[in-house]
Write a protein that binds this ligand. Structure first.
Ligand SMILES: *[C@@H]1O[C@H](CO)[C@@H](O)[C@H](O)[C@H]1NC(C)=O
Length: 474
């Protein structure tokens, strides 16, 4: 005779029951969440059930305890990377929620390696308008992002950094969940974003992590409030996982740097590694790097951290790390060398190829450049074939956009402001006028440039806010 106790146990851990509980706004128990994540990993749950639970989570959110249980179970659904003991305290990484022209990782990883850190930068493919970090790196002929955990450890030993794809063995549950979120309109859920990002970072066994949470017209989050909410959630989880975590909120209305598009962004990154390139890109690289140095107590102040990163960009040591990383990941030594030649101008296009056609657009009036909206530019790049909206589709690494003006520049009517690198066919009138809308020219009277980073969030700052709130109530 079956015991009634066994029946309740079974009832407690049934998928329909936990979907129903979440649907009704109840908090799930840790064991229910483990049961769900394991079922996802083992394929014993139907996709419709996964979709239903994700939608219930999207609607009702999750408590901190639920998010943590989910992350821990997702982490152990695959390999958790282990590092040699002597690396304790120096394994660091950076994650950005995605911005137009955001190539910060490319100079930052070798710069940190040049400062003595180990940087296992593991990226997902993502479905960005303009290609993700992996797509950018793959525009260098021969670069191979598929590396085993053993190869990653070896590269960190020899070089200090690598930029690799997420192996199938790393957080496999996230891959499945991400694909289903994408087709069920549940991508923009705070607990699900937190779980996806932090399970991957947890599986990298990091000492410290810097997060760049973007907000603005060309970011996932339009308002600073919602970006701040995500940053708080990420920083809190980081602390629980034993990773020193800081988040910055940075504005994403204008593109980062002057180049958008995969190979064009690599060229600009190499310029940054030569101590040149756009000031805003260098500013982000040195600031984000400085936060990591500060968290790891390698810098007493943020200012000194920024100076240390600035020095390795200026004295060629970061560039040498980048060159060594290219070779370690399969690029022929001659190609890596010609890209990273220190002095003089390098013909990057000769090494990395160039799109068939370049087409320039001209400013329609005279004045000061007050804004260059990133979103229309990103959409154009996507139409040109620089990014993908469906996993697995091929992209064109050479197409993209070069900006010929910067914010605050005075431009003449008829002077070229943008160079579109394209294949076939020519831009239509519609596309051209859409692009022209990205350029805002004014009289410059009310124009000021401000730092991209508008707020820094640490676990201490969150605790302080909570203390302040309590005292306000009192
Ligand atoms: C470059 O700068 C870093 C940081 O200050 C320093 O440790 C390193 O020795 C310098 N290298 C060279 C070649 O100047």
């Amino acid at each position: 005779q079956p015991s009634p106790f066994m029946d309740t146990q079974k009832e407690e851990l049934s998928i329909p029951r936990l979907i129903r509980r979440k649907r009704d706004g109840e908090e799930l128990q840790g064991e229910e969440i483990c049961y769900f994540v394991q079922a996802v990993k083992e394929g014993t749950i139907q996709e419709s059930q996964i979709g239903a639970l994700l939608m219930a989570i999207w609607q009702h959110g999750m408590e901190q305890q639920e998010i943590l249980a989910m992350i821990k179970e997702m982490m152990v659904s695959g390999t958790v990377l282990q590092w040699p003991k002597e690396w304790c305290g120096i394994v660091v990484d950076k994650h950005s929620t995605g911005g137009v022209g955001d190539k910060v990782s490319l100079p930052l990883a070798p710069a940190l390696a040049a400062c003595g850190y180990k940087v296992p930068m593991i990226s997902g493919r993502g479905l960005a308008h303009t290609g993700g970090t992996l797509d950018k790196m793959e525009s260098v002929p021969g670069f191979n992002v598929d590396q085993s955990p053993e190869q990653i450890t070896q590269m960190l030993e020899d070089v200090g950094c690598c930029i690799v794809g997420q192996a199938d063995s790393l957080v496999p549950a996230d891959k499945i969940l991400y694909a289903i979120r994408d087709i069920t309109s549940t991508v923009d859920s705070l607990p699900l974003i937190t779980a996806s990002i932090m399970s991957k970072k947890g599986a990298e066994s990091l000492s410290a992590l810097i997060l760049d949470v973007k907000y603005g017209s060309a970011a996932l989050y339009k308002s600073i409030e919602s970006a701040r909410e995500l940053a708080h959630s990420l920083v809190r989880v980081g602390k629980h996982l034993g990773i020193c975590t800081t988040a910055v909120l940075s504005k994403m209305d204008n593109p980062i740097g002057q180049n958008i598009g995969n190979s064009l962004e690599v060229m600009e990154s190499i310029e940054c590694l030569k101590g040149r390139g756009p000031a805003d890109l260098r500013g982000l690289v040195t600031s984000l790097g400085a936060h990591l140095l500060y968290m790891c107590r390698k810098a007493d102040t943020l200012q000194s951290g920024m100076e240390q990163i600035g020095r390795v960009l200026d004295n060629g040591t970061a560039l040498l790390k980048f060159q060594a990383m290219l070779e370690a990941q399969g690029v022929q030594a001659g190609i890596a060398r010609s890209l990273c030649q220190g002095n003089g101008d390098v013909d990057y296009f000769r090494v990395m190829g160039r799109a068939q056609h370049q087409e320039e657009l001209r400013a329609e009036k005279e004045g000061v450049v007050e804004a260059i909206w990133a979103m229309p530019l990103a959409e154009m790049c996507h139409e040109l074939g620089a990014g993908r909206t469906k996993a697995g589709t091929p992209i064109n690494h050479r197409v993209g956009i070069e900006l010929l003006v910067s914010l605050g520049d005075h431009v003449q009517k008829g002077s070229p402001w943008i160079r579109v690198h394209r294949g076939f066919p020519a831009l239509t009138d519609n596309q051209k006028s859409h692009l022209q809308e990205a350029l805002v020219i004014g009289n410059g009277k009310n124009f000021t440039t401000c730092s991209r980073i508008s707020e820094v969030i640490t676990s201490e700052s969150i605790d302080n806010v909570q203390v302040n709130k309590t005292s306000e109530v009192n």
